[in-house]
Design a protein around this ligand. Structure first.
Ligand SMILES: *[C@@H]1O[C@H](CO)[C@@H](O)[C@H](O)[C@H]1NC(C)=O
Ligand SMILES: *[C@@H]1O[C@H](CO)[C@@H](O)[C@H](O)[C@H]1NC(C)=O
Length: 586
């Protein structure tokens, strides 16, 4: 029942965690009843035993749900026994002091997505709500935070308002407060005084993202576990601002204006629980100092980092994900010894830099090396030798020519599953490809020929892309596909093929031949590929009579044949049992 309501809820509207929480709370409340139809989603036709405001539903004595009714006036006759009051998604501009202050038993007050301004929210009324735990007023028109919220508060959501100022008793002196959401407001540091969280030392989640902060607010609670500060104007973390946050696990500082001088050696060094640090989209030119050893994910993408100093990563031995994409890393930016100590490193993202080689001495447990869009022109015999656990290697869009890829470069990579060499200058298939490969991407190179011995042993390969090369059928040697027993997807589009290559692998399910020069498909073209499901022959040189009627006879699984954009409209005769599936619908 619980599952069903969540699912129904989530198809209609996207739920944020606090909405979901409320839904679950109401759901739980409903479950205590004989007919536990959820008031908002279910029907409210059951006879009501007690007074309930007009059009609202009251599934329990203490629950009043008036959500989504287009109300512009606060409903009358809300029972004083109400503990949970939902008024979200209405048109309320103000709440009357008398009505609100009367509801002194409220635990949950949900006002999100209304039109409530600060003038319309009677701050003094909250003095009577001494039990209030959950207060949701996101997506309204508050220009300042309420002057006072009750000390019983546990969760406060004021996101997506126009708040420029927080007061000392808005969130201060709240020993129970756990989560504060203030993202998407207009707070600058002046609006967030150092007393903001005084006496509230249980806050674990604080979201201040998408505001106008220009430095990291000092005096944050030491209890924080998650701190969201992304999308501000932060250029500086004042000295000591994060010195007490020993429980902080996630720190989000991406999309700010941080420079090297805005940080110092102590900025992060006291964060002895920090696991996730996002500094992407800033203006750093170096990896920050003092990174804690607990860090597992470090995101430094989209900065201006030119050089990674080995000493800066020395303590970060627990690092599993190091993301350095879109920086200015040049030829000698990652000297030997920089990465070697990162024994736990799993994933290294380096795409969009100016690297000329694979970084030396890759850590032994590295699983993914992702470095497309660099300037790698050489792959030596020993470049990948230390990274024997590598499962994914992406060197697409570099400057590799066949003569400068050593025949032994890949040989030791016994766990390699995915190799992407698209967009290089290869004229031959690479040598020594490991038999573990599942996916090989070689599109947008200058391949002119395919030699069977270079694909030998790749009997686990499932996907091979050779699109956008210069292949002609005559240059695909007989036996080329012979050992590719697992190949399901073959992309030969945008080559110079004049007919369907013969003896394609038997497991093939998807064959891309679009944008070639195929003018004729003979009766035996697909004899070797009985499992074909999709065939793309678009943009070739086919005419009405180019395809032999028998060509598709044995293809019981064929569902898609694309023959558009040929000189003449090509009608394809599919075996009768497939025909239904091809009939256009609607
Ligand atoms: C509220 O209750 C009073 C008396 O209990 C009743 O007269 C009035 O009609 C009710 N108002 C609404 C809107 O139901
Ligand atoms: C902070 O915001 C307030 C209110 O919008 C504004 O009056 C003040 O000038 C701002 N201060 C700074 C330093 O930008």
């Amino acid at each position: 029942m619980l599952e069903r309501s969540v699912r129904r809820g989530s198809t209609g509207l996207i739920m944020r965690p606090q909405e979901l929480l409320l839904l679950l709370m109401l759901r739980w409340a409903g479950a205590q009843m004989e007919d536990p139809a959820f008031p908002h989603l279910g029907d409210s036709s059951q006879p009501l035993l007690r007074a309930c405001p007009w059009r609202c539903s009251c599934p329990r004595d203490d629950t009043v749900d008036c959500a989504g009714l287009g109300l512009s006036v606060f409903p009358d006759n809300i029972t004083k026994a109400a503990r949970h009051l939902s008024l979200q998604n209405n048109q309320l501009q103000e709440l009357p002091y008398n009505e609100l202050s009367r509801l002194s038993g409220l635990r949950t007050l949900d006002l999100h997505s209304n039109l409530i301004s600060s003038e319309g929210l009677p701050d003094e009324a909250f003095e009577s709500l001494t039990q209030l735990e959950h207060f949701y007023v996101a997506h309204n028109k508050l220009s300042v935070a309420p002057q006072f919220l009750p000390p019983s508060l546990r969760v406060a959501d004021l996101a997506a308002n126009e708040v420029v100022e927080i007061f000392p008793l808005t969130f201060g002196e709240k020993p129970e407060l756990r989560s504060v959401y203030l993202h998407n407001n207009r707070l600058n540091n002046t609006g967030l005084p150092p007393t903001t969280f005084l006496g509230s030392e249980a806050i674990t989640t604080l979201s201040l993202s998408s505001n106008q902060l220009s430095y990291l607010p000092p005096s944050l609670p030491s209890s924080l576990e998650r701190l969201h500060l992304q999308n501000n104007l932060i250029s500086k973390v004042p000295r000591g601002a994060l010195s007490l946050q020993t429980r902080l696990r996630e720190l989000y500082l991406q999309h700010n204006q941080l420079t090297d001088s805005g940080l110092d050696a102590t900025t992060f060094s006291k964060l002895s629980s920090l696991e996730y640090l996002d500094l992407s989209h800033n203006q750093l030119t170096a990896v920050p100092e003092g990174l804690p050893g607990t860090l597992t994910i470090l995101h430094l993408g989209r900065n201006c980092i030119q050089q990674v100093e080995a000493v800066r990563l020395h303590r970060a031995r627990g690092l599993r994900y190091l993301l350095l994409q879109h920086n200015e890393l040049g030829a000698s930016a990652l000297p030997a010894g920089t990465l070697r100590p990162l024994r736990a490193l799993h994933t290294l993202h380096l795409y969009g830099n100016r690297l000329e080689r694979v970084p030396p001495a890759l850590p032994r447990h590295l699983k993914a090396l992702v470095m497309p869009h660099n300037r790698v022109a050489v792959l030596g015999a020993r470049d990948l030798v230390s990274a024997r656990a590598l499962a994914e290697l992406n060197l697409a869009y570099n400057r590799l020519a066949s003569a400068r890829v050593h025949p032994g470069a890949f040989r030791r990579l016994r766990a390699l599953r995915s190799l992407d060499l698209a967009g290089n200058q290869l004229s031959r298939l690479p040598e020594g490809l490991p038999p573990s490969l599942r996916s090989l991407k070689l599109q947008r190179n200058q391949l002119r020929a395919l030699e069977p011995e270079l694909l030998a042993g790749l009997n686990k390969l499932q996907e091979l892309s050779l699109a956008h090369n210069r292949l002609r059928v005559g240059d695909i040697e007989p036996g080329t596909w012979h050992e590719l027993q697992a190949l399901q997807v073959l992309d030969l589009s945008h080559n110079e093929l004049s007919f369907v290559p013969p003896d394609l692998p038997e497991a093939l399910e998807e064959l891309h031949l679009q944008a070639n020069r195929i003018s004729h498909v003979g009766p035996e073209a697909f004899l070797s590929t009985p499992h074909l499901r999709a065939l793309f022959l678009r943009a070739n040189r086919l005419h009405m009579t180019s395809i032999a009627a028998e060509a598709f006879l044995g293809l019981a699984h064929l569902r898609v044949v694309d023959t558009a954009e040929n000189p003449e409209q090509v009608l394809v005769q599919l075996p009768p049992k497939n025909r239904g599936a091809l009939t256009p619908k609607g």
